[in-house]
Design a protein around this ligand. Structure first.
Ligand code: HEM
Length: 124
């Protein structure tokens, strides 16, 4: 969730929202809204390609790190850290999940696997 407060009277999706209203933007569902995201639950990295750039249709379209003046100051560090760790894990282990495994998403401070994520890592 991103927390905001309206600075003046406004309208969101046709609904009047007075000045001083606390507003929460839910990132997970907004990242799954068509037409901004085509077929949003399909793994499709090409949606981020320069030709499609679905993440750039609006400054809050892609907002896992928030947006505008309160955008996360750790965005570049956090992104680099995740890639560096995953890179090493992919180089060093063979990854498997049980046959027929279906990931289930649960929520805490962010989305996480709700059924324990039974990945077996075998050193290569
Ligand atoms: C993958 C890792 C991370 C994620 C997903 C994440 C996500 C977020 C989100 C969603 C916000 C709220 C932004 C908004 O309201 O628009 C935020 C704010 C913030 N994050 Fe992160 N963050 C991450 C890592 C980090 C790291 C590594 C640091 C520090 C080194 C950091 C420091 C901050 C700070 C200080 C704010 C408050 C910014 C402000 O209100 O002006 N975050 N982060």
């Amino acid at each position: 969730m991103l927390a905001r407060e309206t600075l003046k009277d406004t309208a969101i999706d046709g609904r009047f929202v007075p000045k001083g209203t606390k507003v929460m933007l839910a990132i997970y569902p907004s990242h799954r809204m068509e037409p901004w995201w085509r077929d949003p639950d399909t793994f499709d990295p090409e949606r981020f390609s320069p030709e499609r750039a679905e993440d750039r249709s609006h400054k809050y379209a892609w907002a896992p790190f928030g947006g505008n003046v309160h955008k996360c100051i750790g965005m570049h560090f956090g992104s680099m850290e995740v890639k560096a760790i995953l890179h090493q894990l992919l180089l060093r282990y063979r990854w498997t999940v049980p046959a027929g495994y279906e990931p289930v998403i649960d929520f805490g401070t962010g989305p996480f696997p709700g059924n324990g994520l039974p990945i077996d890592l075998q050193p290569l």
